[in-house]
Design a protein around this ligand. Structure first.
Ligand code: SF4
Length: 179
């Protein structure tokens, strides 16, 4: 298993436990900050940069002090930070099983279009009314807590919302019966 897959495979018993697991992977003495853990689980690029820089203390310190991203804090999701982090961790682990592959542009556009039209979309901005704006705006799914722009790119991901117009399918057009 690669170290990137090790990060993707972090299983959270608690936030503190996840911070310790990531510190072990990065060969750090002290647990990383929760924001660093969240960023590493949500962003493959950030996780990869941590691994690349782990033996370059100056660069690593900069990355640790400036974690990208943060967990969605959307009203109405009803989920706590730990639960959202577990789901982000699970999504990254699933993505690792398919080699971190991404969908093609056509599928990405179809998925993001469905999210834009979905009542479960929660946006931190007011401009989520076009694809190019959605891709620049943090927007998350209230059902799973995921950043939809990232989630939609992952070939391993599924939409958790049932399509009211297409029986037996979710809003991304995937059959509900498939695990
Ligand atoms: S339920 Fe599906 S379509 Fe709606 S925001 Fe979530 S992932 Fe997107």
């Amino acid at each position: 298993m690669s170290e990137l897959q090790a990060i993707a495979g972090i299983r959270l018993r608690s936030i503190e436990d996840g911070c310790r697991q990531l510190a072990d992977i990065l060969e750090l003495q002290a647990p990383v900050a929760p924001k660093v853990l969240i960023a590493a689980l949500q962003s493959e690029e950030y996780a990869r940069n941590l691994l690349i820089c782990r033996r370059t203390p100056v660069f690593l310190a900069t990355l640790l002090a400036n974690p990208v991203g943060s967990p969605p804090q959307e009203a109405g999701s009803g989920k706590g930070t730990l639960e959202l982090m577990k789901e982000a961790s699970g999504a990254l682990a699933r993505w690792g099983t398919v080699g971190f592959s991404v969908v093609d542009d056509e599928v990405l556009e179809q998925r993001l279009g469905a999210c834009l039209a979905c009542p479960n979309l929660r946006s931190s901005g007011s401009a989520a009314n076009a694809l190019h704006k959605l891709m620049k705006t943090r927007a998350s799914c209230a059902l799973c807590g995921c950043d939809v722009e990232k989630k939609a790119r992952m070939s391993s991901e599924r939409c958790p919302g049932e399509d009211p117009q297409l029986t037996g399918h979710n809003r991304w057009g995937q059959p509900l019966s498939v695990a």
